[in-house]
Ligand binder design. Structure first.
Ligand code: GLU
Length: 288
């Protein structure tokens, strides 16, 4: 069955913006007859904490959200990511990259470099050059992207083309990268609708391209507006009473319902009241 999902990283409590994104992901999925999954994106071992995984799931349940089991954890799915990376490598779609961050920063300042993009330094090393570099530093693995741009379909933004980069798929410490995991998981879990915050909008074309390179169906997206604080910056925990540690679920529903222009105070009421095509397109400014 096709599915939508909410995929939080367990690195802190969910704030009102995250809860609203989760509720909207649920709404998009359920209003289109899809399953709704929750996936714990805990690949970042430094920042992920089991206690946040627990409180995040408790908070989603306290808001009245339900999801289809099981909840999967990325830290337990390394074999799947390694197999996908192996397929790309067999197809000639990866290369070893020995660059340090500093080397990349220096190379992208060069004339003609595309800002924010991998400058291609290690794309075409000879086997001898690679052997030499490997003796000094273990490589990251990057995607050998062969399309400059890729077009995605977003329910709120329409058809949008964006640049595709030689994404890091495995870091030089051996950890699989978020971009690989997210695409492999969405494919493996039959997720064909990706609803998440607008901060990831720019990541979508390269992720959709990667899905294509892996022979996976490309999902449709809905990048929903972010919550901002009164100064116009991304909402953060320090912005006051913005998590369920300080707010009751009823108070959180009051704020989220008002931000969506509806009287709904539960997921089911929201489903009856709001067509996802009508959700407000502007950022949600809290505390102004
Ligand atoms: N785990 C990511 C985050 O919490 C979301 C990734 C996604 O939805 O694709 O920012």
């Amino acid at each position: 069955m096709s599915a939508g999902r909410f995929a939080p990283s367990p690195s802190g409590d969910l704030h009102l913006g995250n809860l609203r994104t989760a509720i909207l992901a649920w709404l998009f999925a359920r209003s289109s007859g899809r399953a709704f999954l929750v996936r714990v994106e805990d690949l970042d071992r430094q920042r992920s904490r089991p206690e946040f995984e627990r409180t995040q799931l408790e908070d989603l349940a306290a808001m009245g959200l339900t999801w289809d089991p099981p909840v999967v954890r990325q830290s337990e799915r390394d074999d799947l990511y390694a197999a996908a990376l192996g397929r790309l490598t067999t197809a000639g779609l990866t290369f070893e990259c020995f660059c340090t961050r500093r080397e990349i920063a220096e190379a992208v300042r060069a004339p003609h470099a595309q800002p924010g993009h991998y400058p291609g330094t290690c794309r075409d090393l000879t086997p001898e050059q690679r052997d030499e570099r490997r003796a000094e530093r273990s490589p990251a693995i990057r995607l050998r992207a062969d399309a400059p741009t890729w077009t995605v379909r977003d329910e709120l933004h329409g058809e949008v083309a964006g640049p595709v980069d030689d994404l890091v798929l495995r870091r030089n410490d051996g950890a699989h990268a978020y971009n690989l995991a997210v695409v492999v998981d969405d494919g493996a879990q039959d997720v064909d609708q990706v609803v998440r915050g607008e901060d990831l909008f720019e990541a979508a074309p390269a992720q959709a391209y990667l899905a294509h390179a892996l022979g996976l169906p490309e999902p449709t997206y809905a990048h929903v507006p972010l919550a901002l604080n009164a100064e116009g910056r991304r909402l953060a925990k320090r912005d006051g009473a913005v998590t369920l540690r300080d707010l009751s679920p009823a108070a959180a529903w009051d704020l989220i319902g008002a931000s969506l222009g509806v009287a709904a105070r539960s997921p089911e009421e929201l489903l009856a009241e709001l067509d996802p095509a009508d959700i407000p397109r502007n950022p949600w400014v809290i505390g102004s």
